[in-house]
Design a protein around this ligand. Structure first.
Ligand SMILES: NC(=O)c1ccc[n+]([C@@H]2O[C@H](COP(=O)([O-])OP(=O)(O)OC[C@H]3O[C@@H](n4cnc5c(N)ncnc54)[C@H](OP(=O)(O)O)[C@@H]3O)[C@@H](O)[C@H]2O)c1
Length: 265
């Protein structure tokens, strides 16, 4: 039987073990995204952990505390509501580093829960990270965590927690974008396009336009007049959406998310 050879990247990069507390959906996305990029994972027990531990780069620990005892860098993907109290019940040591991916985590309460370990906060879309394509926020900046997050998508380090918290609202935007895409796919399918083709067409449209936005230096205000030709179908669509307040409705919805992530509601 042929043994698969390590890629040049795997051979040259020393393996870092990341302990994971909260081995659920997000943990699985991140393990998949980082596969073959120089990391091993020691995961806490959960319903999903047994299956994940069948991977060559994953080891199943006996308990949360064993993860903390045997890993210097620890990723917390615990349920947002109970996460801090679960972390508080564990014993951390000096020199350890803990990154929380739990929605709504603030730096000061996290640092208090895992003292004397160092605390860091992140937010990412989740599923897109399994494909190395999900933007990851990081507060405060840190070389070790930035290197790891770069395996999962582009990284946005923050030195200001207020700006970081505002940016975390993108987690909801990311989730809601699937509903937006689904709404559009269903419209094309209802009007006679095969659903698989509609799905590809809508996704390709978003990828194409995202490429323009990421690449062009012109502002969006400069780009849009060249796209919405007077009297054309884009202008008709935008006019109808504007009449229904459908575009600015996103601002009101994001205001609700922002109040939530700021802990105001
Ligand atoms: N899913 C995403 O795409 C995403 C994206 C960004 C951020 N997040 C954040 O990531 C966190 C996890 O989300 P998720 O979607 O992955 O949720 P999930 O699938 O429910 O995963 C949470 C995991 O935590 C485990 N758990 C619960 N109590 C525990 C305890 N006391 N000790 C150890 N493990 C425990 C659960 O185990 P059992 O399965 O055995 O109950 C489950 O595997 C949340 O805070 C969320 O805000 C998620």
């Amino acid at each position: 039987m042929r043994v698969p050879r390590a890629s040049p990247e795997e051979r040259d990069t020393p393996m870092t073990t990341i302990g994971i507390l909260g081995t659920g959906h997000l943990a699985e996305f991140l393990i998949r995204g980082a596969a073959g990029k120089g990391y091993r994972f020691l995961i806490a027990p959960s319903r999903r952990a047994g299956t994940l531990a069948q991977r060559a780069d994953v080891t199943l620990a006996a308990s949360n505390q064993q993860v903390v005892d045997q890993a210097d860098v620890i990723l917390a993907c615990l349920p947002a509501r109970e996460g801090l109290s679960i972390l508080q019940s564990l014993g951390f040591r000096q020199g350890q580093s803990v990154l929380s991916a739990m929605a709504g985590t603030r730096h000061a309460p996290l640092a208090a829960a895992i003292a004397p370990a160092a605390a860091f906060c992140t937010m990412m879309p989740g599923h897109a990270n399994a494909y190395g394509a999900g933007p990851c926020l990081l507060y405060p900046p840190d070389r070790t965590w930035e290197q790891f997050l770069q395996t999962l998508g582009p990284v946005h380090p923050f030195i200001d927690e207020h700006a970081f918290v505002t940016a975390t609202a993108f987690g909801a935007l990311s989730g809601a974008s699937f509903f937006l895409i689904d709404t559009m796919v269903q419209w094309f399918a209802a009007n006679g396009l095969p659903e698989a083709q509609a799905r590809r067409l809508v996704a390709e449209t978003f990828i194409g336009n995202a490429t323009v936005v990421l690449t062009e230096t012109a502002t969006l205000a400069e780009i849009t007049p060249g796209i919405a030709t007077p009297g054309g179908i884009t202008q008709a669509l935008v006019k109808s959406l504007t009449a229904d307040d459908a575009l600015t409705a996103w601002h009101r919805a994001l205001d609700i998310v922002l109040a939530r992530v700021r802990g105001e509601t």
